[in-house]
Design a protein around this ligand. Structure first.
Ligand SMILES: *Cc1c(COP(=O)(O)O)cnc(C)c1O
Length: 349
């Protein structure tokens, strides 16, 4: 994390002026971490862009610093979003920072505990609807038509602008764009941002090329892979449990034009990548994020990625967002009497 606001660091690439009041929590500047054991396994150089290191624990902060700064500039009284969790956590924090009211509309159940805690602690009005994410988004879109409230979902163009900075940072650290960027896809806002970010950086002469973009959806929530909406999306990766991606068309075009594609990953493979990242690399991300790593392991095995390629996996959110998942997927805690012998027995057999 950096103390300089993200918007200041990339001001020349962002639609801000001297009269934009910058609302920042020190977002961006997240680590790009080598994954040596997974690299050996895949036969490519894998790195993780650890977006869980953002202030509220997900990449959403890159977009939210822009969206909330512009909402203040434009005189909004409040912000609202529909969210599978991380957008609401980020919106709640940045709105609190800006002194704006905030409401978040979430699908019933299945919001990871950490994300809900964040929205609540920052003082958001939290409304849970007895429907899925897609229905929640339809409703907030109608609300903003007749009220002075800014919509901060990824339909908000400023979100997309802010999230382009992830691509800039990767180029700045590597010295150029990687060969491949792998990314989980929900509403397809982030993959759209990365695509625009890499292209813009190359056009500005800050890098020489753009990467192949591989997007990954969960098998039970894969509308872009199937080519049709999914009515009841289901996956353990709740952050990408979306059946009608708001930016599907745009993102699909970007992935195909880059020489890449979108593919579906089973929950089993997602959870295996989640476990490997945590146990073999020391990197704790949320399940949706691990879809990028699971996807690269699969594509490398299928020969879709040239051996030795540099591959950046975007790990979109922090593992602590979903503590129940981590605890349920790990070996049980051992209960012992408070005695040396019992502890020695448990440790050394
Ligand atoms: C929002 C989110 C995604 C999906 O991003 P989109 O822009 O909707 O495609 C993936 N992972 C995490 C952790 C998220 O919070």
């Amino acid at each position: 994390m950096s103390t300089t606001p993200l918007i200041e660091r990339y001001r020349e690439f962002l639609p801000v002026s001297d009269s934009t009041p910058i609302v920042s929590l020190g977002e961006g500047g997240t680590p790009l971490v080598e994954l040596p054991r997974l690299s050996d396994r895949a036969g490519v150089r894998m790195l993780a862009k650890v977006e869980g290191a953002n202030p509220t624990g997900s990449f959403k902060d890159r977009g939210m610093t822009m969206a909330v700064s512009k909402a203040v500039e434009e005189g909004a009284e409040a912000v609202i979003c529909a969210s599978t969790g991380n957008t609401s956590a980020s919106a709640a924090a940045y709105a609190a920072r800006a002194g704006l009211k905030v409401a978040v509309v979430i699908p019933e159940g299945r919001i990871a505990a950490g994300k809900l805690a964040q929205a609540m602690v920052h003082g958001a009005k939290v409304l849970a609807l007895d429907g899925g994410f897609d229905a929640a988004l339809d409703i907030v879109r109608e609300v903003v038509e007749s009220h002075n409230v800014a919509l901060v979902n990824s339909l908000n163009e400023y979100r997309i602008d802010g999230q382009r900075t992830g691509a800039y940072e990767i180029c700045d650290v590597l010295g150029d764009a990687p060969d491949v960027l792998a990314i989980p896809v929900g509403n397809a806002g982030n993959v759209s941002s990365y695509s625009l970010g890499f292209a813009g950086y190359r056009d500005a002469g800050r890098s020489t090329r753009v990467p192949v973009l591989f997007g990954f959806q969960a098998e039970g929530a894969a509308p872009l892979v199937l080519g049709r909406p999914v009515n009841d999306p289901e996956t353990v990766a709740t952050a990408i449990r979306i059946g009608r991606p708001a930016r599907g068309e745009q993102a699909l075009g970007a992935m195909v034009d880059s020489g890449g594609a979108v593919a579906a990953i089973s929950d089993r493979d997602i959870l295996e990548a989640y476990r490997l990242l945590a146990t073999q690399e020391g990197v704790f991300c949320e399940p949706a994020s691990a879809a990028s790593v699971a996807g690269v392991l699969r594509r490398a095995a299928d020969g879709d990625i040239a051996p030795g390629s540099t591959v950046v996996c975007v790990l979109t959110g922090h593992g602590l967002k979903d503590p129940d998942m981590a605890i349920n997927r790990s070996p049980a805690v051992q209960q012992l009497p408070a005695e040396l012998r019992a502890v020695e027995e448990a440790l050394f057999g």
